[in-house]
Design a protein around this ligand. Structure first.
Ligand code: DAH
Length: 356
């Protein structure tokens, strides 16, 4: 072993020290180690130079160099282990930031359908006025759907609503109005009822027509009920639902079960009244047909029309939900796609899509 070889070995140890101190990752350590111990490294070159030594010196020099190589390998291994341990510690420290006692993130559990939301809202508004909620069957008889509502057989008014007739002679109710006479029979006067529910029409579907949609029937019967009562309640409903004064217009409307009958339109909330497919480009949407209960209907319900009067309305719940939540196409309400249903900037009421 020559003096210069001894110097070279010391140099290799110093180099290892410097490389280990500089390495900040396990990968960097590995690269440094292979550079130092590889053929082109300090030790590799030393080993290669052994051949130039006198024969008797080659063995001891080789042994010396291999010992140094082994020592340096061990030091790198130790340094690597230390870095790995530090990494583990860091991971553990990170994990401790997770507090298992905290409540988890809130997972939205769906939302109330816009039609249901509007229905509940109107139920609440009218409950304050003493109305109670009743329901009727979706599969109805000709009698309650037409006859008792002053629409006798062969009457042309039957064509106002395209009907799904069932093979047993019954039908799918075309409106919630049959609940009127059912309520009169069951409760008797005076009465204040609302009947929300699904109705069915044999219709071609488009942006504003569906074969299945929702209405909310209202009926108030007492002594001395007049059109003034009707208008007051209609105004209350709409201004509460839209939380502002909405533009409305009242037109005479023909419905066999009311006299006089009205069409109550509101300015289209989708286009602001300028005209769009939802309002058939008219700027107005029929939303609240209503009127004074026809004497024949009161009679059918067992109520004396000379003693009692009343008003009725048939609110288009689906249409109202479309107006309130900015749903442009009625078919979106029957699809499962929530994005199709709610346009956030069009919401007037509480945000219902996040509601748990
Ligand atoms: N039943 C009617 C329809 O679906 C709506 C209606 C109009 C209901 C006038 C009423 C009313 O109670 O008074 O077309």
């Amino acid at each position: 072993m020559t003096q210069s070889m001894t110097d070279e070995l010391k140099l290799a140890h110093d180099e290892a020290d410097a490389l280990i101190a500089a390495a900040t990752s396990v990968d960097a350590l590995r690269q440094a180690e292979s550079r130092l111990l590889g053929k082109q490294g300090t030790l590799g070159k030393l080993l290669a130079s052994i051949g130039q030594l006198p024969k008797e010196q080659r063995g001891p020099a080789g042994k010396e160099i291999n010992l140094a190589k082994q020592a340096i390998t061990e030091r790198f291994a130790a340094a690597r282990a230390k870095l790995e341990h530090a990494g583990d510690q860091q991971a553990v420290a990170g994990a401790q930031a997770y507090d298992p006692t905290l409540p988890g993130p809130v997972v939205p559990r769906g939302s109330v359908h816009p039609v249901t939301a509007v229905q509940w809202e109107i139920e609440d508004i009218l409950a304050r006025l003493g109305f109670v909620v009743v329901s009727g069957p979706e599969m109805e008889t000709d009698y309650y759907n037409f006859e008792a509502l002053n629409i006798p057989a062969m009457h042309p008014a039957r064509d106002m609503q395209d009907t799904f007739w069932l093979t047993n002679g019954w039908l799918l109710r075309t409106h919630t109005s049959p609940c009127q006479v059912r309520a009169m029979e069951r409760l008797g006067p005076p009465l204040r009822v609302i009947a929300p529910g699904r109705v069915f029409r044999y219709e071609t579907e488009d942006a504003s027509h569906a074969h299945t949609f929702h209405q909310l029937e209202g009926l108030m019967i007492d002594r001395g009920i007049s059109i003034a009562n009707l208008i007051a309640v209609m105004k209350l409903i709409l201004s509460e639902v839209f939380r502002r004064e909405v533009k409305i217009r009242l037109r005479p409307g023909f419905f066999p079960f009311v006299e006089p009958g009205f069409e109550l339109d509101m300015s289209c909330e989708i286009c602001g009244g300028t005209g769009c497919p939802t309002c058939k480009r008219s700027g107005w949407v029929e939303i609240l047909p209503c009127g004074m209960v026809h004497p024949n209907v009161l009679r059918a319900g067992g109520i004396d029309p000379h003693a009692y009067t009343g008003f009725a309305f048939g609110l288009g719940l689906t249409r109202l939900a479309m107006m309130k939540y900015g749903v442009q196409d009625i078919r979106g309400l029957n699809s499962g796609d929530l994005r199709a249903i709610i346009r956030p900037e069009q919401r007037h009421g509480p945000a219902i899509i996040e509601k748990n």
